[in-house]
Design a protein around this ligand. Sequence first.
Ligand SMILES: [Zn+2]
Length: 665
Amino acid sequence: MAKTAQEPSVTKVTAESEDAVAKIILQSIPAEAKITAVRFEGPNIALYSKNPKFALTELTYYLGSLSKTLKKRFIIRTDPSVRMPEESTRQAVVKLLPKDVQVSAVFCDDATGEVVLEVNKPEAADPNMIVQIAQSTGWIAHTRRSPHIPSSSISTIHSTLKSSAKERTEFLSMLGRRIFRDSLVVRDVSETSKDPSIPRPPGLSTSKEEVMLFCLGGVKQVGRSCFVVVTPESKVMLDCGINPGEMSGLDAYPRLDWFNFDLDELDAVVLSHAHIDHQGFLPALFKFGYRGPVYCTEPTLPLTTLLQMDSVKIANANGTYLPYEGRDVHEAIKHTITIPYGKPTDISPDITITLNNAGHIMGSATVHLNISGAHNILYSGDYKYARTQLLDSAVATYPRVETLITESTYGNSSDIMPDQSYVYQTFSESINRTLKDGGKVLIPVPAVGRAQEIMLVMAKEMSEGRLTESPIYIEGMISEASAIHMSYAHYLGQDVRRSVQQGINPFQSEYFTVISGYGKRDEVLNDPNPAIIMATSGMLEGGPSVEYFKELAPEPKNKIIFVSYQINGTLGRRVLDGNVSEVSMMDKSGKVKVVPIRCQTQKIDGFSGHSDFNQIMNFVAKIKPKRVLVNHGERTKSENVASSIYSRLKIRSGVPDNREIVRLR
Ligand SMILES: [Zn+2]
């Protein structure tokens, strides 16, 4: 039901009523909580306390019922006056934690009063320990597992957050007032804009109950995923990707030009996951002046930072155009709010989102949007409705979904993936043949997701004797991505999670050798012995995989095995389709040379982090939406999914176009 004027006034928490809300809260809780401030802060109401022990334990009882009355979520913060300096905090924490817990890093965030502790046993910090730490240091602790090698992406995030603490405090406060702004539907805008400092979206164009979906990219294609959901109260962007297979802006980036709106009007950008076809244009939004929030899961932030900073590095090194710079990536970091799986979060006056595991890559999420309790959208992002070595299956339990937007990467009825043991067998046998012939196997992999899955599979196959023992060389951002996977191991599937808890690092094995630097690469290439090489990028679009490709492609005894989806237009796709017999490429001295392609190529689909055709059908059947919109697939595949959903499940379905507006309600 949409909000109406008849609703009890207490549910309409307005910007003007921040003080009134504080009063209600302070009257309802014991003085012992020593609350010094109550503020709208991002998606929460923050209570600042000088008595963290009481606030984190007994106060939660009072807040439970208040939260139901006010229909808002609370967060406990410590009053800045009780917070110790970072170094003293580290010393105090080391004393409090059990002896066998080693603290490798401490990061105090002045904007939130939260301290991140990097420790070898994050599970040691149980709720009691968190209360003890808060009581003695004044900081509310979050733990993360120490990675086997320090992650530069996580360091970049920490230093960016550190240098922008004051700015972010103001941002969170402004955002809180914007999220809890008065409803535009129940009251006239002019009536509610008494305070000119309160930002509100201009130019709202929908009538009272309408929900519209603007398709800006990623429909009838794979790449540049981007939608904007427009309700009477808000505008929310879902994903903001680029199309790595296209060169021209009109085809490579989301069609923001066509939507023709002011970036200030956007209430939020929500990222489903870290792949560049879902987040690659995000820093450009900041370059063009967007200063609103970005919501994603915890691991999606460092993985996104890693890939964006790498794009900057590649563009600078090759002199190629990128629609943003490093500072825009930092700006995006400052405005990102991470939320855990399963936690409903208010992001505008009429939209609450919940992120759930999508089973695609670590931290990937399906995005559920509850719009005024009247319409529910589930945006699938990329998802795998089956378990993999690395991740659990996508969550598919929802009480109500009116509109499901599903991807269709593997949407042909014949896109059925064989079962895992068969896939592993095919993979191992294919590699074994090449190794036996004295060749080298190149596996181009996206750094994030497939690389870690393939590493787990190869270590297992080799240790169990099905894959011939040989060196496995790893080059590119894979090691950094693996470090992030270790830091957030609690986001991995239950089997890997369990072995990580037992102290096993699945991304380190005696078989793996990490290659860094040109000299080492030449050593690998000049070594006449057979070997396996895993390198980024996954579609042979820049990065070390291309350098290996140049040297290995001319030899018939070598083989390239593709284990991930190859987007149309990429070199990977052209090689795989057999459309090219030679390519002109730059050699080390900068001269153009012709590389003949005589090596063998093979595609192994079963490793994909996407659902196959049957898994898409099963997912849709489980969700039981009223309507399905199909995106993220080549046109014929999306159309096949839509018609199959209609004929088999009797659910209305369709494939929109880029630059189409779909009325959902
Ligand atoms: Zn993806």
